[in-house]
Each structure stands twice: as C-alpha cells, then as structure tokens.
Design a protein around this ligand. Structure first.
Ligand SMILES: [Zn+2]
Length: 138
C-alpha cells in the first residue's frame, strides 16, 4: 500500500498524509492534497425552458398557422393573434372562393419558419431568446 507524505511547513520533515500535526515539531500540517473534485458540468444540467424548444419547433412546423407553438412558449397574445389571423384567412379564402387562400399559407409559412428557427437554435440561444427575452416573433 503506497503511503502519501506531507511535508511539514515548519521543519520540512515528512509526515504521513493522514496526520494532522507534524510528528517532529507538532506544527499543524497542510491538508493532504485531495483529488480535484470535478466541476459540475454546465451542459449536463437541463436549462430551464430548453425542453420547450422541440415541442414549440414541432408545433410550429406541423400546426403552422394555428399559433400553437406560441402557446407552448407562453406567448398567449401572439398565439391568439396568429390563430385569429389564421381563422380569418380561412373565412376570407372561403368567401372569396379560394382567391384568399394565399393568406392561409402566409400564417402557415410563418409557423413553419419559426418552428425551423427554434429547432436550429442551441438550447442556450433558445432559452436566451425566447424564454428570457420573450422575443415574440421569429
Ligand atoms: Zn515539523
């Protein structure tokens, strides 16, 4: 069994590492060198809000214009605006016998673009932009 020694700061005699005082002069010995505690990994802990990224991204792409991804992010107002615009677009499209259909596509495309933006961001960027700064659009 290998024994570690600690050098006495007073008389420089070698003392077993588990000794607290010098066997020669009685001076308090420095604490024996401990293996460095690994620092907690920053990336290992889940960022609060980062779990919304995938959900919001997928909702944006799949449900697009319905604005569900806005609700996922906690943007009630933007979600209601988007849903209203989407529904009004559908009504306009029906009333105009399809001429207004591109309006429906606009909100759908906005949803898809926003969903892709969410998914391409890193967790840190996503939390910074949409959870902390509450960036409402894009
Ligand atoms: Zn000593």
């Amino acid at each position: 069994m290998a024994t570690n020694y600690v050098s006495c700061p007073n008389c420089h005699s070698q003392n077993p590492a588990n000794f607290q005082t010098c066997t020669n002069c009685g001076t308090m010995l420095p604490i024996s060198p401990m293996p460095m505690q690994p620092m907690p990994q920053y990336g290992a802990q889940k960022l609060p809000g980062a779990d919304k990224k995938i959900a919001a991204g997928i909702c944006g792409i799949v449900l697009g214009g319905l604005g569900i991804h806005k609700f996922v992010l906690g943007y009630q107002q933007e979600g209601i605006i988007m849903l209203s615009v989407y529904l009004v677009s559908i009504v306009i499209a029906m009333v105009t016998c399809g001429i207004g259909t591109p309006l429906v596509l606009v909100t759908t495309v906005i949803g898809i673009i926003e969903g892709i933006i969410y998914l391409t961001k890193s967790d840190e960027e996503f939390v910074q932009t949409y959870v902390l700064n509450k960036k409402p659009w894009f």
